[in-house]
Design a protein. Structure first.
Lengths: 337, 162
């Protein structure tokens, strides 16, 4: 049997990766993107006292991770449904007795537009704090989504006027743009880790480890130490001593470069604020909490331990007992030794 | 003065103006005057860094991106401080937070970008030229009525957003 010789094809994934890399190299996008950030910043600050509440909502502080991906998935799902219903209407739907797919497509499209607007609001709130290549890819991702949304809105108005064919073409082209844009969004998450918890390796050591003399940690100061090769940042506030992970969950900023402000540890790069005792996010853009370990003082030494499952049974005592004994413990899931 | 000296000196000036501002009685005319001086110099600082110094260090892209993020953080905290009433118990703490974030940025910048890391290797002539360019721009902005109006108008707007 004769075999046909084929030229060596590059895998699709490689070509796509090259496109993303090329976008990430477009440094000329930085200036307009910083200008856009300035406008956004003014807009968020115009919310006044509600600013943190709104940005926390959009960043996903309440959810523990960004809100943008689930909203984008919802948008993609219903917009895909719109395209499928349009295809149905254009083929099978013309027969007598078939369902009114055009009507359903219009409703699905309306929901898709709303979901896209939600994804845009959450996405831009996350994007404004990204850096370098991710920022450029994110900007193109946003612009593509904006173009697709404009097409969806146009398609929706065409449907209202009974122009089904135009409307279907508009939605179809919009969906193709959304798919390309979705690839860029996926790259930001899976290749760059945007939106993922970047706080790094957790301390699992189950036994208490003395790390620093308590006199060496003044109030409202941070101190970095290592336990079993894992970086830990110690801090002392009015509430006592606590120990947290060394990297910000948002974009891995070194928390040792941060500072304590009224009982909150502040990220040095984007200003995320975490409760010094629990690691809970007080203010984004970080959505995930800062991992917090157990800490106590014994015999003049600060001791820490992680949340290893094989932790030895802790001595039972209440927070009040510890406070009265001069020992304050803090940790994940409210664990008090 | 070369670019490094210009920046170090300006950090010192900002620190000094910050000290003067925070010790002036809240709500007083002196406090307003000191705040205005600080805001103008802060704006000038952002401009010379964003427009002159950082572009010259473009190869240190990661550090420049971080510096931009820090500018944003300072600006956001400034907005919070400006909209806090002098009668509020949070007034002094918010301005102290502003000075903290400003100092943290200056310290990190002096640690990481003055001088910048390899592969950036600015010659003495280039540093002098950059320093002159920054000083000239600072003088222009200090004499500019538009700059004063711009900073004042922005502060007034931010104060309105309660």
């Amino acid at each position: 049997m004769a075999t046909r010789r084929r030229g060596k094809r590059r895998p699709v994934s490689q070509s796509m990766a090259e496109v993303v890399e090329r976008i990430g190299q477009q440094e000329w996008l930085d200036r307009p993107s910083y200008r856009l950030e300035n406008v956004l910043s003014f807009g968020y600050n115009a919310l006044g006292g509600a600013r943190n509440r709104v940005t926390n909502l959009l960043n996903g502080v309440w959810l523990g991770h960004p809100v943008h991906p689930p909203l984008a998935s919802l948008a993609s799902g219903v917009l895909g449904t719109t395209v499928a219903l349009d295809a149905y209407q254009g083929t099978v739907g013309r027969r007598d007795g078939s369902i009114d797919a055009a009507h359903l497509a219009q409703h699905a499209l309306a929901l898709g537009i709303l979901a896209n607007l939600g994804a845009a609001a959450t996405g831009v709130t996350d994007w404004q704090h990204t850096h370098e290549a991710d920022r450029r890819v994110g900007l193109v991702h946003g612009m593509l989504n904006l173009s697709a949304t404009a097409l969806y809105v146009w398609s929706w108005t065409q449907r209202r006027q009974g122009r089904q064919l135009r409307a279907a073409v508009g939605s179809g082209v919009g969906y193709a743009i959304s798919l390309s844009s979705g690839y860029l969004g996926g790259h930001l998450v899976f290749a760059s880790g945007i939106g993922m918890d970047q706080s790094g390796k957790r301390l699992e050591t189950a036994t208490w480890t003395p790390v620093l003399s308590q006199d060496a940690l003044p109030e409202n100061e941070l101190h970095r130490t290592e336990v079993d090769g894992v970086g830990v940042v110690l801090c002392r506030t009015e509430e006592g001593v606590s120990a947290v992970a060394e990297f910000c969950p948002h974009l891995a900023a070194p928390m040792i470069d941060g500072w304590i402000d009224r009982g909150r540890i502040v990220c040095p790069w984007h200003g995320s604020q975490f409760d010094a005792q629990t690691g809970d996010v007080v203010r984004g853009p970080a959505a995930a909490p800062l991992p917090c370990y157990e800490a106590r003082t014994r015999n003049g030494m600060i001791e820490v331990r992680g949340s290893g499952r094989d932790a030895a049974p802790a001595e039972a005592c209440s927070v009040d007992e510890l406070r009265s004994a001069g020992e304050i413990c803090s940790g994940d899931e409210g664990m008090i030794a | 003065m070369n670019a490094y000296d210009v920046l170090r000196e300006h950090h010192k000036l900002l620190h000094h103006l910050g000290e003067q501002m925070i010790t002036a009685p809240p709500g007083s005319a002196e406090r307003q005057e000191r705040t205005q001086e600080l805001l103008i110099e802060f704006d000038i600082h952002m401009r010379i860094e964003d427009d002159v110094y950082y572009p010259a260090l473009a190869a240190a892209s990661t550090l420049i991106a971080i510096a931009h993020a820090e500018h944003r953080q300072i600006y956001d905290q400034l907005a919070v401080a400006l909209r806090t009433s002098p009668k509020s118990p949070d007034y002094q703490p918010e301005w102290e937070s502003f000075l903290t974030v400003l100092s943290a940025h200056a310290e990190e910048e002096e640690r990481d970008l003055i001088p910048p890391p390899a592969p950036i290797d600015l010659s003495d002539e280039e540093l002098d030229y950059l320093g002159r360019e920054m000083s000239l721009r600072m003088d222009q902005l200090r004499e500019s009525a538009f700059e004063k109006f711009h900073v004042k108008a922005r502060a007034a707007l931010l104060r309105c957003f309660l």
